[in-house]
Design a protein around this ligand. Structure first.
Ligand code: 5AD
Ligand code: SF4
Length: 488
Protein backbone atom coordinates (compact mmCIF):
# COMPACT_ATOMS: atom_id res chain seq x y z
CA UNK A 1 0.00 0.00 0.00
CA UNK A 2 1.37 3.43 -0.85
CA UNK A 3 1.79 5.91 1.96
CA UNK A 4 -1.07 8.38 2.32
CA UNK A 5 -0.12 11.86 1.22
CA UNK A 6 -0.80 15.15 2.98
CA UNK A 7 -0.55 18.74 1.88
CA UNK A 8 -0.28 21.50 4.46
CA UNK A 9 -0.74 25.21 3.74
CA UNK A 10 0.21 27.68 6.44
CA UNK A 11 -1.19 31.16 6.89
CA UNK A 12 -0.17 33.73 9.45
CA UNK A 13 2.81 34.26 11.63
CA UNK A 14 6.10 32.51 12.16
CA UNK A 15 4.65 30.65 15.12
CA UNK A 16 2.15 29.04 12.75
CA UNK A 17 4.92 28.02 10.37
CA UNK A 18 6.73 26.34 13.23
CA UNK A 19 3.51 24.62 14.32
CA UNK A 20 3.18 23.38 10.76
CA UNK A 21 6.67 21.90 10.96
CA UNK A 22 5.66 20.06 14.14
CA UNK A 23 2.47 18.77 12.54
CA UNK A 24 4.46 17.54 9.54
CA UNK A 25 6.84 15.76 11.87
CA UNK A 26 3.96 13.92 13.50
CA UNK A 27 2.42 12.94 10.18
CA UNK A 28 5.71 11.73 8.75
CA UNK A 29 6.38 9.67 11.87
CA UNK A 30 2.98 8.13 11.27
CA UNK A 31 3.95 7.05 7.75
CA UNK A 32 2.42 9.91 5.78
CA UNK A 33 4.42 11.60 3.05
CA UNK A 34 4.25 15.15 1.75
CA UNK A 35 2.41 15.50 -1.57
CA UNK A 36 4.24 17.56 -4.17
CA UNK A 37 1.01 19.35 -5.07
CA UNK A 38 -2.24 19.86 -3.21
CA UNK A 39 -4.12 18.09 -6.03
CA UNK A 40 -2.21 14.84 -5.27
CA UNK A 41 -2.93 14.83 -1.54
CA UNK A 42 -5.29 12.47 0.30
CA UNK A 43 -5.37 14.86 3.23
CA UNK A 44 -5.41 18.64 2.79
CA UNK A 45 -4.68 20.62 5.94
CA UNK A 46 -4.86 24.38 6.37
CA UNK A 47 -3.09 26.00 9.30
CA UNK A 48 -5.05 29.19 9.90
CA UNK A 49 -4.67 32.64 11.42
CA UNK A 50 -7.37 34.75 13.12
CA UNK A 51 -5.46 37.90 13.90
CA UNK A 52 -7.18 39.96 11.20
CA UNK A 53 -10.27 39.47 9.08
CA UNK A 54 -8.22 39.41 5.89
CA UNK A 55 -6.34 36.30 7.03
CA UNK A 56 -9.63 34.55 7.73
CA UNK A 57 -11.15 35.57 4.41
CA UNK A 58 -8.36 33.82 2.55
CA UNK A 59 -9.09 30.60 4.40
CA UNK A 60 -12.84 30.80 3.75
CA UNK A 61 -12.14 31.22 0.07
CA UNK A 62 -9.76 28.25 0.03
CA UNK A 63 -12.31 26.12 1.86
CA UNK A 64 -14.89 27.09 -0.75
CA UNK A 65 -12.65 25.71 -3.49
CA UNK A 66 -12.04 22.51 -1.54
CA UNK A 67 -15.79 22.02 -1.17
CA UNK A 68 -16.10 21.94 -4.95
CA UNK A 69 -13.21 19.49 -5.25
CA UNK A 70 -14.79 17.24 -2.66
CA UNK A 71 -17.89 16.80 -4.79
CA UNK A 72 -15.89 14.68 -7.21
CA UNK A 73 -13.42 13.30 -4.64
CA UNK A 74 -15.53 12.44 -1.58
CA UNK A 75 -12.69 10.45 0.02
CA UNK A 76 -10.55 13.59 0.28
CA UNK A 77 -9.91 14.63 3.89
CA UNK A 78 -10.06 18.37 4.57
CA UNK A 79 -8.73 19.62 7.88
CA UNK A 80 -8.65 23.08 9.40
CA UNK A 81 -6.08 23.56 12.13
CA UNK A 82 -4.71 26.48 14.15
CA UNK A 83 -6.29 29.67 15.43
CA UNK A 84 -9.46 29.77 13.30
CA UNK A 85 -10.15 26.16 14.24
CA UNK A 86 -10.05 27.15 17.86
CA UNK A 87 -12.15 30.24 17.38
CA UNK A 88 -14.87 29.21 14.95
CA UNK A 89 -15.26 25.49 15.42
CA UNK A 90 -19.03 25.22 15.34
CA UNK A 91 -19.71 28.03 12.94
CA UNK A 92 -17.15 26.56 10.58
CA UNK A 93 -18.84 23.20 10.54
CA UNK A 94 -22.24 24.77 9.92
CA UNK A 95 -20.91 26.85 7.07
CA UNK A 96 -18.59 24.22 5.59
CA UNK A 97 -19.91 20.74 6.34
CA UNK A 98 -17.30 19.18 4.06
CA UNK A 99 -14.60 19.77 6.70
CA UNK A 100 -13.45 16.49 8.25
CA UNK A 101 -11.34 17.66 11.13
CA UNK A 102 -10.79 20.75 13.19
CA UNK A 103 -7.83 20.98 15.54
CA UNK A 104 -6.85 24.00 17.65
CA UNK A 105 -3.21 24.93 18.34
CA UNK A 106 -3.19 23.47 21.83
CA UNK A 107 -3.86 19.97 20.56
CA UNK A 108 -1.28 19.25 17.90
CA UNK A 109 0.33 16.63 20.13
CA UNK A 110 -1.78 13.79 18.74
CA UNK A 111 -2.80 15.30 15.45
CA UNK A 112 -1.54 12.23 13.61
CA UNK A 113 -4.19 10.13 15.43
CA UNK A 114 -6.85 12.65 14.59
CA UNK A 115 -5.90 12.77 10.92
CA UNK A 116 -5.72 9.00 10.71
CA UNK A 117 -9.17 8.66 12.23
CA UNK A 118 -10.63 11.18 9.89
CA UNK A 119 -8.98 9.45 6.92
CA UNK A 120 -10.17 5.98 7.84
CA UNK A 121 -13.51 7.44 8.94
CA UNK A 122 -13.11 5.49 12.16
CA UNK A 123 -15.76 7.24 14.19
CA UNK A 124 -16.30 4.24 16.38
CA UNK A 125 -12.78 4.42 17.64
CA UNK A 126 -13.21 8.08 18.38
CA UNK A 127 -16.41 7.45 20.28
CA UNK A 128 -14.85 4.59 22.24
CA UNK A 129 -11.98 6.74 23.32
CA UNK A 130 -14.20 9.26 24.94
CA UNK A 131 -13.34 9.14 28.64
CA UNK A 132 -14.69 11.45 31.34
CA UNK A 133 -12.31 14.30 30.49
CA UNK A 134 -12.59 13.98 26.79
CA UNK A 135 -9.97 15.21 24.42
CA UNK A 136 -11.86 14.22 21.33
CA UNK A 137 -15.32 15.34 20.58
CA UNK A 138 -17.41 14.10 17.70
CA UNK A 139 -19.20 17.17 16.45
CA UNK A 140 -20.56 16.08 13.11
CA UNK A 141 -20.70 13.40 10.51
CA UNK A 142 -17.28 11.79 10.44
CA UNK A 143 -15.72 14.82 12.01
CA UNK A 144 -13.29 14.95 14.84
CA UNK A 145 -12.63 18.10 16.77
CA UNK A 146 -9.88 18.46 19.31
CA UNK A 147 -9.53 21.70 21.14
CA UNK A 148 -7.85 21.12 24.41
CA UNK A 149 -5.25 18.80 25.76
CA UNK A 150 -1.51 18.63 25.44
CA UNK A 151 0.47 21.45 23.99
CA UNK A 152 2.14 21.18 20.61
CA UNK A 153 5.49 21.64 22.29
CA UNK A 154 5.36 18.26 23.91
CA UNK A 155 6.08 16.81 20.49
CA UNK A 156 9.64 15.60 20.37
CA UNK A 157 10.86 17.80 17.60
CA UNK A 158 12.31 16.27 14.48
CA UNK A 159 15.17 18.65 13.88
CA UNK A 160 15.34 17.58 10.23
CA UNK A 161 12.05 19.27 9.41
CA UNK A 162 12.82 22.94 8.90
CA UNK A 163 12.88 25.40 6.03
CA UNK A 164 16.63 26.14 5.96
CA UNK A 165 19.51 23.87 6.87
CA UNK A 166 21.31 26.55 8.85
CA UNK A 167 18.34 28.41 10.34
CA UNK A 168 15.68 27.29 12.76
CA UNK A 169 12.86 28.72 14.79
CA UNK A 170 12.28 27.54 18.32
CA UNK A 171 9.08 28.23 20.21
CA UNK A 172 10.00 29.07 23.81
CA UNK A 173 6.51 29.89 25.03
CA UNK A 174 2.92 29.81 23.90
CA UNK A 175 -0.08 31.98 24.49
CA UNK A 176 -0.41 35.51 25.79
CA UNK A 177 -1.65 37.01 29.07
CA UNK A 178 -1.76 40.62 27.91
CA UNK A 179 -5.08 42.49 27.81
CA UNK A 180 -4.77 44.30 24.44
CA UNK A 181 -8.32 45.29 23.57
CA UNK A 182 -8.19 44.42 19.86
CA UNK A 183 -6.33 41.13 19.93
CA UNK A 184 -7.72 37.63 19.48
CA UNK A 185 -4.43 35.87 20.29
CA UNK A 186 -5.09 35.34 24.03
CA UNK A 187 -8.37 33.63 23.06
CA UNK A 188 -7.00 31.44 20.30
CA UNK A 189 -3.67 30.60 21.89
CA UNK A 190 -4.62 30.65 25.57
CA UNK A 191 -2.55 31.54 28.63
CA UNK A 192 1.20 31.94 28.60
CA UNK A 193 3.02 28.66 29.01
CA UNK A 194 6.82 28.83 28.99
CA UNK A 195 8.98 25.82 28.27
CA UNK A 196 11.67 25.02 30.85
CA UNK A 197 15.19 26.30 30.13
CA UNK A 198 16.68 22.78 30.21
CA UNK A 199 14.32 21.60 27.43
CA UNK A 200 15.17 24.59 25.29
CA UNK A 201 18.91 24.18 25.74
CA UNK A 202 18.50 20.53 24.78
CA UNK A 203 16.50 21.36 21.65
CA UNK A 204 18.96 24.08 20.64
CA UNK A 205 21.86 21.66 21.03
CA UNK A 206 20.11 19.13 18.83
CA UNK A 207 19.45 21.76 16.18
CA UNK A 208 23.05 22.96 16.26
CA UNK A 209 24.36 19.37 16.07
CA UNK A 210 22.26 19.04 12.95
CA UNK A 211 23.87 22.03 11.26
CA UNK A 212 21.85 25.00 12.50
CA UNK A 213 23.90 28.12 13.21
CA UNK A 214 21.12 30.70 13.60
CA UNK A 215 18.21 30.23 15.97
CA UNK A 216 15.25 32.59 16.32
CA UNK A 217 13.27 32.17 19.52
CA UNK A 218 9.53 32.63 19.15
CA UNK A 219 6.87 33.79 21.52
CA UNK A 220 3.85 36.11 21.37
CA UNK A 221 5.45 38.15 24.15
CA UNK A 222 8.85 36.54 23.96
CA UNK A 223 10.50 38.85 26.48
CA UNK A 224 7.87 37.96 29.10
CA UNK A 225 9.27 34.42 28.93
CA UNK A 226 9.33 32.58 32.23
CA UNK A 227 6.69 34.55 34.15
CA UNK A 228 4.72 31.37 34.69
CA UNK A 229 7.76 29.27 35.69
CA UNK A 230 7.65 30.27 39.33
CA UNK A 231 10.78 29.77 41.40
CA UNK A 232 12.94 28.73 38.46
CA UNK A 233 14.62 32.06 37.79
CA UNK A 234 13.62 31.70 34.16
CA UNK A 235 13.86 34.94 32.19
CA UNK A 236 14.65 35.64 28.56
CA UNK A 237 17.92 37.26 29.64
CA UNK A 238 18.98 34.10 31.42
CA UNK A 239 17.86 31.84 28.58
CA UNK A 240 19.85 33.93 26.09
CA UNK A 241 22.95 33.60 28.25
CA UNK A 242 22.57 29.82 28.38
CA UNK A 243 22.01 29.45 24.65
CA UNK A 244 24.81 31.86 23.87
CA UNK A 245 27.21 29.35 25.39
CA UNK A 246 26.58 26.77 22.64
CA UNK A 247 29.87 27.02 20.71
CA UNK A 248 28.67 26.31 17.16
CA UNK A 249 25.72 28.67 17.43
CA UNK A 250 26.54 31.93 15.65
CA UNK A 251 23.39 34.00 15.75
CA UNK A 252 20.55 34.16 18.20
CA UNK A 253 17.43 36.31 17.72
CA UNK A 254 14.00 36.52 19.35
CA UNK A 255 10.57 37.78 18.23
CA UNK A 256 8.19 39.39 19.21
CA UNK A 257 8.88 41.59 22.26
CA UNK A 258 6.46 43.68 24.29
CA UNK A 259 7.59 47.20 25.36
CA UNK A 260 6.62 46.57 29.00
CA UNK A 261 9.15 43.77 29.37
CA UNK A 262 12.19 45.43 27.85
CA UNK A 263 14.00 45.19 31.17
CA UNK A 264 17.39 46.71 32.06
CA UNK A 265 18.59 43.15 32.48
CA UNK A 266 17.63 42.29 28.91
CA UNK A 267 19.27 45.46 27.61
CA UNK A 268 22.49 44.49 29.43
CA UNK A 269 22.45 41.05 27.85
CA UNK A 270 21.91 42.58 24.41
CA UNK A 271 24.88 44.86 24.97
CA UNK A 272 27.08 42.11 26.28
CA UNK A 273 26.53 39.05 24.09
CA UNK A 274 27.95 39.36 20.58
CA UNK A 275 25.96 36.53 19.01
CA UNK A 276 22.64 38.23 19.69
CA UNK A 277 21.05 39.65 16.56
CA UNK A 278 21.03 43.40 16.22
CA UNK A 279 17.31 43.96 15.71
CA UNK A 280 14.42 44.20 18.08
CA UNK A 281 10.80 43.76 17.04
CA UNK A 282 9.02 45.92 19.60
CA UNK A 283 5.54 46.89 18.39
CA UNK A 284 4.52 50.39 19.45
CA UNK A 285 1.02 50.06 17.84
CA UNK A 286 0.34 53.82 18.08
CA UNK A 287 2.03 57.12 18.84
CA UNK A 288 -1.01 58.55 20.62
CA UNK A 289 -1.45 58.13 24.36
CA UNK A 290 -5.23 58.19 24.00
CA UNK A 291 -5.08 55.27 21.56
CA UNK A 292 -2.54 53.34 23.65
CA UNK A 293 -4.85 53.69 26.62
CA UNK A 294 -7.89 52.58 24.64
CA UNK A 295 -5.88 49.65 23.30
CA UNK A 296 -4.88 48.76 26.88
CA UNK A 297 -1.24 48.54 25.95
CA UNK A 298 -0.03 49.44 29.43
CA UNK A 299 2.53 52.11 28.43
CA UNK A 300 2.64 55.69 27.21
CA UNK A 301 4.52 57.06 24.24
CA UNK A 302 6.95 58.72 26.65
CA UNK A 303 7.66 55.43 28.37
CA UNK A 304 8.17 53.64 25.07
CA UNK A 305 10.63 56.31 23.95
CA UNK A 306 12.45 56.19 27.27
CA UNK A 307 12.99 52.44 26.92
CA UNK A 308 14.40 52.92 23.44
CA UNK A 309 16.71 55.66 24.69
CA UNK A 310 18.00 53.29 27.35
CA UNK A 311 18.45 50.58 24.74
CA UNK A 312 20.32 52.77 22.27
CA UNK A 313 22.51 54.19 25.01
CA UNK A 314 23.93 50.70 25.48
CA UNK A 315 23.38 49.10 22.05
CA UNK A 316 23.59 51.91 19.48
CA UNK A 317 23.51 49.64 16.42
CA UNK A 318 20.21 47.96 17.37
CA UNK A 319 17.66 48.23 14.55
CA UNK A 320 14.11 48.79 15.68
CA UNK A 321 11.08 47.13 14.07
CA UNK A 322 7.48 47.88 14.93
CA UNK A 323 3.83 47.12 14.24
CA UNK A 324 1.24 49.87 13.98
CA UNK A 325 -2.54 49.73 13.83
CA UNK A 326 -4.35 52.52 11.98
CA UNK A 327 -8.04 53.31 12.29
CA UNK A 328 -8.64 51.96 15.78
CA UNK A 329 -12.11 53.08 16.99
CA UNK A 330 -12.03 56.77 17.85
CA UNK A 331 -8.65 57.43 16.20
CA UNK A 332 -8.67 61.11 15.20
CA UNK A 333 -6.47 62.80 12.65
CA UNK A 334 -4.47 64.16 15.57
CA UNK A 335 -3.93 60.68 17.02
CA UNK A 336 -2.80 59.48 13.63
CA UNK A 337 -0.39 62.39 13.22
CA UNK A 338 1.11 61.44 16.58
CA UNK A 339 1.85 57.99 15.16
CA UNK A 340 3.52 59.53 12.11
CA UNK A 341 5.57 61.71 14.45
CA UNK A 342 6.69 58.76 16.58
CA UNK A 343 7.70 56.83 13.50
CA UNK A 344 9.79 59.70 12.23
CA UNK A 345 11.33 60.40 15.60
CA UNK A 346 12.47 56.85 16.29
CA UNK A 347 13.34 56.08 12.64
CA UNK A 348 12.20 52.47 12.69
CA UNK A 349 13.97 50.30 10.12
CA UNK A 350 10.89 48.25 9.39
CA UNK A 351 7.20 48.40 10.32
CA UNK A 352 4.19 46.26 9.67
CA UNK A 353 1.15 48.46 9.33
CA UNK A 354 -2.33 47.08 9.85
CA UNK A 355 -5.75 48.52 9.29
CA UNK A 356 -7.82 47.92 12.41
CA UNK A 357 -10.06 44.90 11.99
CA UNK A 358 -12.64 44.11 14.71
CA UNK A 359 -12.29 40.56 15.98
CA UNK A 360 -15.51 39.16 17.45
CA UNK A 361 -15.07 38.36 21.13
CA UNK A 362 -12.42 41.00 21.80
CA UNK A 363 -13.10 44.09 23.91
CA UNK A 364 -12.79 46.55 21.06
CA UNK A 365 -15.29 44.63 18.95
CA UNK A 366 -17.92 46.18 21.21
CA UNK A 367 -16.92 49.66 20.05
CA UNK A 368 -18.22 51.33 16.91
CA UNK A 369 -15.68 50.77 14.12
CA UNK A 370 -15.97 54.44 13.24
CA UNK A 371 -12.99 55.12 11.01
CA UNK A 372 -14.28 54.36 7.52
CA UNK A 373 -12.41 52.04 5.24
CA UNK A 374 -11.32 54.78 2.86
CA UNK A 375 -9.75 56.67 5.76
CA UNK A 376 -8.07 53.54 7.11
CA UNK A 377 -6.63 52.99 3.65
CA UNK A 378 -5.37 56.54 3.45
CA UNK A 379 -3.68 56.35 6.86
CA UNK A 380 -2.20 53.03 5.91
CA UNK A 381 -0.75 54.47 2.70
CA UNK A 382 0.65 57.51 4.48
CA UNK A 383 2.41 55.41 7.11
CA UNK A 384 3.70 52.98 4.51
CA UNK A 385 5.22 55.86 2.55
CA UNK A 386 6.87 57.29 5.68
CA UNK A 387 8.24 53.87 6.58
CA UNK A 388 9.58 53.26 3.05
CA UNK A 389 11.55 56.47 3.26
CA UNK A 390 12.91 55.61 6.69
CA UNK A 391 13.81 52.07 5.64
CA UNK A 392 15.64 53.34 2.58
CA UNK A 393 17.46 55.86 4.75
CA UNK A 394 18.54 53.20 7.25
CA UNK A 395 19.71 51.01 4.40
CA UNK A 396 21.58 53.95 2.91
CA UNK A 397 23.53 54.24 6.15
CA UNK A 398 25.28 50.92 5.52
CA UNK A 399 26.25 51.64 1.90
CA UNK A 400 30.03 51.38 1.63
CA UNK A 401 30.42 49.12 4.64
CA UNK A 402 31.17 45.40 4.56
CA UNK A 403 28.59 43.29 6.37
CA UNK A 404 28.42 39.63 7.33
CA UNK A 405 25.62 37.85 5.44
CA UNK A 406 24.19 34.45 6.25
CA UNK A 407 23.32 33.18 2.77
CA UNK A 408 19.73 31.90 2.64
CA UNK A 409 19.37 30.93 -1.00
CA UNK A 410 19.10 31.99 -4.58
CA UNK A 411 17.35 35.22 -5.26
CA UNK A 412 14.30 35.14 -7.51
CA UNK A 413 16.27 37.20 -9.98
CA UNK A 414 18.75 34.97 -11.81
CA UNK A 415 22.43 35.31 -11.01
CA UNK A 416 21.96 36.63 -7.50
CA UNK A 417 22.03 35.11 -4.04
CA UNK A 418 20.26 36.46 -0.99
CA UNK A 419 20.89 36.50 2.73
CA UNK A 420 20.57 38.53 5.89
CA UNK A 421 22.82 40.41 8.25
CA UNK A 422 22.63 40.20 12.00
CA UNK A 423 20.52 43.38 11.80
CA UNK A 424 18.00 41.40 9.74
CA UNK A 425 18.86 43.44 6.67
CA UNK A 426 18.16 41.64 3.40
CA UNK A 427 21.19 41.71 1.09
CA UNK A 428 21.40 40.59 -2.55
CA UNK A 429 24.71 39.95 -4.27
CA UNK A 430 25.84 38.61 -7.61
CA UNK A 431 26.72 34.90 -7.41
CA UNK A 432 25.42 31.60 -8.70
CA UNK A 433 27.32 29.50 -6.18
CA UNK A 434 24.70 27.41 -4.36
CA UNK A 435 27.42 26.09 -2.06
CA UNK A 436 27.29 29.42 -0.29
CA UNK A 437 23.87 28.65 1.22
CA UNK A 438 24.26 28.38 4.99
CA UNK A 439 27.64 30.14 4.98
CA UNK A 440 28.52 33.52 6.47
CA UNK A 441 30.12 35.70 3.81
CA UNK A 442 31.39 39.29 3.71
CA UNK A 443 29.49 41.56 1.32
CA UNK A 444 30.28 45.19 0.61
CA UNK A 445 27.04 47.12 0.28
CA UNK A 446 26.90 49.22 -2.87
CA UNK A 447 23.28 50.28 -3.11
CA UNK A 448 20.30 50.82 -0.80
CA UNK A 449 16.73 50.05 -1.82
CA UNK A 450 13.59 50.49 0.26
CA UNK A 451 13.44 46.95 1.60
CA UNK A 452 16.89 45.57 0.92
CA UNK A 453 20.43 46.31 -0.18
CA UNK A 454 22.60 45.21 -3.07
CA UNK A 455 26.27 44.47 -2.57
CA UNK A 456 29.39 42.74 -3.86
CA UNK A 457 30.64 39.50 -2.42
CA UNK A 458 34.17 39.77 -1.04
CA UNK A 459 36.84 37.13 -0.84
CA UNK A 460 35.12 34.10 -2.32
CA UNK A 461 35.03 33.65 -6.09
CA UNK A 462 32.86 36.69 -6.38
CA UNK A 463 30.97 36.89 -9.65
CA UNK A 464 31.08 40.19 -11.47
CA UNK A 465 28.39 42.41 -10.05
CA UNK A 466 28.45 44.76 -13.01
CA UNK A 467 26.54 47.97 -13.26
CA UNK A 468 23.21 47.75 -11.51
CA UNK A 469 20.10 47.90 -13.60
CA UNK A 470 17.48 49.87 -11.69
CA UNK A 471 14.46 47.80 -12.70
CA UNK A 472 16.38 44.64 -11.89
CA UNK A 473 17.18 45.93 -8.45
CA UNK A 474 13.57 46.94 -7.89
CA UNK A 475 12.48 43.39 -8.69
CA UNK A 476 14.94 42.14 -6.10
CA UNK A 477 13.57 44.58 -3.58
CA UNK A 478 10.13 43.02 -3.69
CA UNK A 479 11.37 39.75 -2.29
CA UNK A 480 11.07 40.77 1.32
CA UNK A 481 9.87 38.23 3.78
CA UNK A 482 7.75 39.45 6.66
CA UNK A 483 9.10 37.18 9.38
CA UNK A 484 6.96 37.94 12.37
CA UNK A 485 5.08 36.44 15.23
CA UNK A 486 1.55 37.73 15.70
CA UNK A 487 1.77 39.38 18.98
CA UNK A 488 3.12 41.94 21.40
N1 5AD B 1 -6.71 44.61 13.80
C1 5AD B 1 -5.60 45.06 13.18
N2 5AD B 1 -4.36 44.67 13.52
C2 5AD B 1 -4.24 43.81 14.54
N3 5AD B 1 -3.16 43.25 15.10
C3 5AD B 1 -3.58 42.42 16.08
N4 5AD B 1 -4.91 42.43 16.17
C4 5AD B 1 -5.35 43.29 15.23
C5 5AD B 1 -6.63 43.74 14.83
N5 5AD B 1 -7.73 43.33 15.43
C6 5AD B 1 -1.80 43.56 14.68
C7 5AD B 1 -0.96 44.16 15.82
C8 5AD B 1 -0.04 43.03 16.17
C9 5AD B 1 0.11 42.33 14.84
C10 5AD B 1 0.60 40.94 14.88
O1 5AD B 1 -1.18 42.36 14.29
O2 5AD B 1 -0.23 45.24 15.30
O3 5AD B 1 1.19 43.47 16.70
FE1 SF4 C 1 -0.73 39.58 23.37
FE2 SF4 C 1 0.52 40.92 21.45
FE3 SF4 C 1 -2.08 40.34 21.17
FE4 SF4 C 1 -1.29 42.21 22.93
S1 SF4 C 1 -1.07 42.30 20.66
S2 SF4 C 1 -2.76 40.52 23.33
S3 SF4 C 1 0.67 41.36 23.64
S4 SF4 C 1 -0.41 38.84 21.29
Amino acid sequence: MTAPKYHLTSYGCQMNKLDSELVETKLQQRGYSAATAEADADVVLINTCSVRQHAEDRVWSKLGKLRIRKRTEPQLVVGVIGCMAQEHKRYMLARMPHIDLIVGPSAFGDIDDTVEKARTRNRELVAQREPARTKHEVVGAGMVSVDHGISGDSIKRNVKVRPHQSQAYMSIMRGCNMPCSYCIVPTTRGDEISRPIADLVDEANRLVDDGVSEITLLGQTVNAYGRDLKGQDATLARLLRELHGIPALRRLAFITSHPNFLSPDLIDVLAELPKLSRYLHLPAQSGSNAMLKAMRRGYTVERYKKRIEQLWAKVPDMELHSDFIVGYPGETEEDFEATVALMKELRFSQSYIFKYSPRPGTLSAELVDDVCDAEKNRRNQVLLAVQEELSAERNQAVVGSTVEVLVEGESKVAGRMTGRTSQHRLIHFASTDKQLVGQYVPVTVTEALAHSCVGDLQGHDAAEGGAHDLQYDRDLDHEQDPAQVSGS
